[in-house]
Write a protein that binds this ligand. Structure first.
Ligand SMILES: [Zn+2]
Length: 140
């Protein structure tokens, strides 16, 4: 899978309600794609009650918010905890992955903005030549 559109086709139940934002950058897409697969596996046979509500960038790294409905949280608290841990791990990982290209990166607070980028993309951003880290509309 190379873009959100393909991911939605693979795990349609996770996107049964259109998220508020589909704010996954190109560089972070592999983290999110892996997270969707991990969640799919953790849910097992019964996929009911899970869907993404918001995916965005905040303070330089990714935030991936989901909702559990149909009493999943009450019925299976350990599962709910596991899903939260998986999402936190992916969010943490995004702080050290370039949002533009997916190579190792870092958040440089001295740069006057916050976004995890590799050295090459930090330089490009300073020079104003970085280009967008987001997917085009027809890919999302
Ligand atoms: Zn980069």
């Amino acid at each position: 899978m190379t873009n959100p559109r393909e991911l939605k086709a693979r795990y349609p139940y996770q996107f049964a309600f259109e998220p508020i934002d589909m704010g996954v950058t190109r560089g972070w897409f592999h983290l999110f794609s892996r997270l969707c697969a991990e969640i799919d596996e953790a849910l097992g046979e019964d996929k009911r009650g899970f869907h993404w509500i918001q995916l965005k960038e905040k303070l330089g790294s990714a935030r991936m918010y989901f909702r559990l409905t149909e009493g999943v949280r009450e019925r299976e608290p350990e599962l709910a905890q596991r899903l939260s841990s998986l999402a936190f791990a992916a969010e943490d990982a995004s702080a050290t992955v370039c949002a533009a290209c997916g190579r190792p990166g870092r958040i440089d607070r001295r740069a006057g903005y916050m976004l995890a980028l590799c050295d090459k993309h930090h330089e490009a951003r300073q020079a104003g030549t970085r280009g967008s880290v987001w997917f085009e509309e027809d890919e999302s």
